[in-house]
Ligand binder design. Structure first.
Ligand SMILES: O=P(O)(O)OC[C@H]1O[C@H](O[C@H]2O[C@H](CO)[C@@H](O)[C@H](O)[C@H]2O)[C@H](O)[C@@H](O)[C@@H]1O
Length: 279
């Protein structure tokens, strides 16, 4: 059975997207989120690594499609390191929701927003005053601060408890809150995965795109693909995981294809690479 029969998207738009990628792979961009899509979700963010098979799948695609990009909330350099992405020829990593760009070993990044240092100084007191439970943990990403609740006894409840105070702190320092899978991230405004993806597709003159993600931050990329589809670009939206934290369900409702986490993403990308190389 061919790729189109095995991986038939649930929607006509998705089926058009697959046909366009297979017909003209050189005009296609394959864009992927990192955590939860290429790397399984783990309790310690510093322990996240690309799922086995990711690198082979990405290498197989890199030589066959227009471009492969990783679009992540992580610092670009960290995604390169944790994903082993330097081993994928030509890959572009858009980090910090598109504020950073890594390509060919070179990192370009804007100045750090001044509100981040002020929020960093105030955050411990804000968390204490809110009664943040044991296990609440702050990941300092330099350009942003991520408050994680995955390691608390009641992660969803902790997230709700902290949502308002973290939001107020972000607003007081000119930042926005990016909610995700058991995380509230304080980060600068003005960029998101949708703008990052749209800019990259335009830069590459793409005529089709496959985007895969698993988290609320990926909704902006989904929305961008939906808008570009209305303008004639062909696109396939993939949700990495049918079950799990609430953000995954929200994405699954909008996806053309739902696969079983990073393992399913590897199967899909490997099959797509084989299909385009066979043509
Ligand atoms: O855009 P992404 O590549 O999906 O990055 C989004 C956030 O991912 C990380 O947090 C998530 O993954 C962790 C490791 O599996 C998990 O422990 C956490 O609960 C998840 O929210 C990362 O730590 C964040 O900085 C990213 O913004």
């Amino acid at each position: 059975m061919g790729f189109e029969e095995t991986w038939t998207p649930a929607t006509e738009a998705g089926r058009d997207g697959v046909r366009a990628i297979l017909a003209a792979p050189g005009d296609a961009v394959i864009a992927l989120d990192f955590d939860g899509t290429l790397a399984p979700i783990v309790a310690d963010p510093s322990a996240a690594r690309a799922h086995p098979g990711v690198l082979d799948a990405l290498r197989g695609l890199a030589s066959a499609v227009g471009a492969v990009a990783v679009v992540t909330g992580r610092p670009a350099g960290l995604a390169v390191e944790y994903g082993g992405l330097a081993g994928v020829p030509g890959v572009v990593v858009l980090g910090h929701y598109g504020a950073e760009r890594w390509e060919g070993g070179e990192l370009s990044a804007p100045q750090v927003h001044p509100g981040v240092a002020r929020a960093r100084a105030a955050l411990p007191d804000v968390l204490a005053a809110a009664g943040a439970p044991e296990g609440t943990w702050v990941e300092d990403k330099g350009r942003s601060l991520a408050v994680h609740t995955r390691r608390t006894a009641a992660p969803e409840r902790a997230l709700e408890l902290l949502r308002a105070p973290v939001g107020e702190l972000a607003a007081a320092h000119g930042l926005v809150v990016e909610p995700g899978r058991l995380v509230l991230e304080l980060r600068p405004p003005g960029v998101d995965k949708g703008a990052a993806l749209t800019g990259f597709l335009r830069e590459r003159g793409a005529r089709s795109v496959l985007y895969a993600g698993d988290d609320l931050g990926d909704l902006a990329a989904f929305a961008a693909v939906e808008e570009l589809r209305a303008q004639g670009l062909a696109g396939v939206l993939v949700c990495a995981g049918a079950v799990g934290d609430a953000p995954v369900r929200e994405l699954a409702d909008r996806a053309d294809v739902v696969v079983d986490g990073p393992e399913g993403v590897v199967e899909l990308l490997s099959a797509l690479g084989e299909a385009v190389r066979a043509r």
